[in-house]
Design a protein around this ligand. Sequence first.
Ligand code: NAD
Ligand code: IPM
Ligand code: MN
Length: 366
Amino acid sequence: MATYNIAVIRGDGIGKDVVEEGIKVLEAAAPAHKITWKWTEFPWSTEYYFKTGRMMPEDALETLVKFDAIYLGAVGHPKVQDHVTLNGLLLPIRRKFDQYVCERPSILFEGVSSPLANKKAGEIDMVVIRENTEGEYANVGGFQYKDTPQEVAVQTSVFTRHGCERVIRYAFKLAQKRKKKMRVCSITKSNAMGYSMVLWDRTFKAVAAEFPDIQTDSYLIDRACMEFIRKPEQFDVVVASNLFGDILTDIGAIITGSIGLAQSANVNPERDYPSMFEPTHGSAPDIAGKGIANPMAQVLTGAMLLRHLGEQKAGDQVENAVRRVLADGEVLTPDLGGRSKTWDVGDNIAANLGSKPVALKSRRKK
Ligand code: NAD
Ligand code: IPM
Ligand code: MN
């Protein structure tokens, strides 16, 4: 019997709705695996900011550090500038808890159609490893001559050898573990950015030499965006800087059907701090409160949380239940062409926890 203490931050917009379904499915999966969840809810969000002037209390990180993991929905509100909300909640957690790996799988599941022509289930199956604590998101900079015509803004990227090395090494180890194409593709813009990205390229080469069993590719970000559309099946593990990884994973999400399916985890591999599990998508203010957000990304992120806790079988079972609902194609939210509500999808995933494994390459009988 294992008990896990999880901090829950539903956040803003659809974050609230999809976390509800994520917890529903994780609760339903628990008994068969002798798991007990202890959820502790924190109301930290833009609503909290309206009331207190802060996105989370000053000692929030001291509170969170005691948990086994953090399960988060999304942050962002149309009435407050995003740099205030995100720098007040999400980004400090990623940085202070040294969650330097952002792991984002993109898998084309059975029953889901890609906007790219003629892609079959399983043909797209990659993971983007995004550097998550430094690079373009280092939050170093400032304004000068503010609110004058001479105003200057400086935003500095910070790339350290240590920072590049550890995330690149994680990508190579993951390619070994996946045993799929045994390939790692590095993404930079070192033709134009002759310092930071050149350090990344050099580090990539040095780390690659430690993994002679893994093939490597190296693309510039512009070419990489093109290749994600032209031939995404070539990718296995992709490793990129913070900003490039952010952009690529929205492409990875849409070519595999919907951002509402895009799972994600912010991981501190050394486990010195809790890791944080939140889907790739945001708070989606355009559909918030309508009950039509797809909860599958949040549920699949829950499967990543289970695996992180060492509950591999339970994680696989949750993922399989999502695959089953997708393959059946009957209970889907509008982003996937369906008419179902968020909670109906959650209920259906929970009801399918015991269903037979869905192989990626199986074809649905009509
Ligand atoms: P978004 O991901 O919230 O939405 C993009 C589009 O995808 C919208 O049309 C939305 O309706 C749709 N969408 C997103 N998730 C969906 C789901 N689960 N089911 C169905 N449709 C879904 O991106 P955005 O509009 O650029 O950002 C909105 C807000 O969220 C901003 O404040 C942004 O800063 C924030 N944001 C937060 C996170 C996070 O907390 N991790 C991530 C991305 C964006
Ligand atoms: C994501 C989001 C965040 C990011 C934003 C909200 C700061 O887009 O998790 O992909 O860029 O990391
Ligand atoms: Mn993003």
